[in-house]
Ligand binder design. Structure first.
Ligand code: ARG
Length: 475
């Protein structure tokens, strides 16, 4: 029997064609527009398995507490199992008339096992039901996200290990600033992603309380065992306040804000890739399977996927703001506005997972053009700061004084239209006669990263250490 026949059966008893899920105080059939605005089944069917699990656990608890009989419990479980199989096999017909996933499942259960189905809703409401389902869904999503972040971190670490000595300009204000290694630059993203993952994991500590049994808002007169349902669903403990339980969406907000923060990191990664792959930079070449062509310019290869990852940030911040705004003025308790919580969460999740997978693919296939990076290091006097440090260390002069001396030779080089390391030994003799020779041999761009000594710097020793630590954390 299909759900349609179920609906027809229920409708037959009901001459005015009133929606069968409501009480008898309705005399007029609902406006089709009501169904359109009120129904959430098109999107909340994604909660189907969480809803089934919560119903199984709830009915087991009802049986244990002798609120329903064993025979009733067995019937309910059999029906729920059947529904699970139908949904798994795409045979379940979701019906807009029954509003949401909770009523769709309950009505179908009614069709399968008759009146007993009505016992399942003892001591619960859709308000605590939806909060429980949604929390379960988000916990699963958090786990998936952490796995995907780890995959990306692994790719980053592997790539970084190949480029500890590959030098490139590091930027401030997108102006070449000092020489860094590509490995160091990549490992910066490893750190961002590590914080992101920790933020997601930390949020589990707060989401981990089970709202089931809070009922509509006030709790219930039945002697239910909330500790049991909470435990069986994998939560740490039941929530403390039934009113908070049905109106709280902090967990969804936190999820969206964590995605937005991590999304901003992916967006910046996308931006780096767009810049690096441009004709002006040519630091990297994207693999063909992550590049697109132009419909008019036959010579072009574009970094569309990296741009889209940057572009996804619009949704991530929009979805966060969407939910925050929606929640802000709600009176305490459940309001139907809360049904609007799901689409932003699903949208952010789907696009976030996609973005991580795509950026992972891009990084795996990227070709690094070491020569272009090296050439870019030979412009812009990127060792000026290294030289200032060196003067301070070797001649014990104040940094500000060294800074001014170097500004002077940069000025000379600019006038001669060359780099400071192209200047003559006499131009470079900043301190005494033989300093020019020493300075000239100091100013070798290949050496710059080796001069760094601070922890967390771009020195190969430090980058290798960071990679070692990361490998320990990941593998
Ligand atoms: N579909 C609803 C939601 O997503 C379920 C809760 C409905 N509760 C109610 N009292 N109408 O929020």
């Amino acid at each position: 029997k299909s759900i349609l026949s179920n609906e027809q059966k229920i409708m037959k008893k009901n001459k005015k064609n009133i929606n069968p899920i409501w009480g008898s105080n309705f005399n007029k059939q609902s406006n089709p527009l009501l169904e359109k605005i009120n129904s959430s089944i098109d999107f909340d069917k994604r909660l189907a398995f969480q809803d089934l699990k919560a119903s199984e656990v709830h009915s087991l608890m009802l049986k244990k507490q002798k609120i329903i009989s064993s025979a009733e419990y067995n019937l309910i479980i059999k029906g729920l199992k059947k529904i699970r199989t139908l949904i798994q096999n795409n045979k379940f017909i979701f019906n807009k008339k029954f509003e949401d996933i909770h009523m769709n499942i309950e009505m179908y259960l009614h069709n399968l096992i008759g009146e007993v189905a009505g016992k399942l809703h003892t001591a619960r409401s859709r308000n605590d039901q939806v909060a429980t389902d949604f929390k379960l869904w988000i916990i699963e999503a958090l786990k998936q996200i952490c796995l995907k972040i780890e995959d990306l971190q692994k790719t980053i670490v592997k790539k970084a290990a190949l480029h500890v000595q590959t030098i490139m300009p590091g930027f401030t204000h997108l102006q070449s600033a000092q020489i860094v290694s590509l490995g160091h630059h990549l490992m910066a993203y490893y750190e961002m992603l590590k914080r992101d993952k920790n933020r997601f994991l930390d949020s589990i500590n707060r989401i981990n309380e089970c709202p089931l049994g809070s009922a509509a808002l006030a709790g219930t007169s039945f002697p239910i065992d909330r500790t049991l349902t909470s435990k069986l669903l994998g939560f740490k403990k039941p929530t403390m306040n039934s009113m908070d339980s049905v109106s709280d969406r902090d967990y969804a907000l936190e999820f969206l804000s964590n995605i937005a923060i991590s999304g901003s990191h992916l967006s910046r990664f996308g931006e780096d890739i767009v810049i690096w792959s441009s004709d002006q930079f040519k630091f990297v070449t994207l693999s063909d399977d992550f590049s697109t062509g132009s419909s008019i310019m036959p010579q072009k290869k574009n970094p569309d996927p990296a741009e889209l990852i940057r572009g996804k940030m619009g949704r991530f911040s929009g979805n966060f703001l969407n939910l925050l705004t929606m929640i802000k003025g709600l009176p305490l308790g459940y309001s139907k506005d809360l049904q609007e919580d799901k689409e932003p969460v699903f949208d952010s999740y789907d696009n976030f997972i996609l973005s991580i997978e795509v950026i992972n693919g891009i990084i795996k296939g990227i070709k690094v053009n070491k020569n272009e990076m090296l050439n870019a290091c030979s412009k812009g006097n990127l060792m000026a700061t290294d030289l200032a440090d060196w003067l301070v260390i070797n001649y014990n002069i104040p940094f500000r004084k060294a800074y001014k001396m170097i500004a002077k030779i940069v000025d000379i080089a600019n006038r001669k239209k060359c780099q400071i390391n192209d200047l003559s030994i006499s131009d470079l003799s900043l301190i005494g006669n033989n300093s020019g020779k020493r300075i000239k041999s100091f100013l070798k761009i290949e050496n710059s990263i080796n001069y760094k000594r601070s922890s967390g710097s771009t020195s190969p020793k430090e980058v290798k250490k960071a990679i070692q630590n990361a490998k320990k954390e990941l593998f």
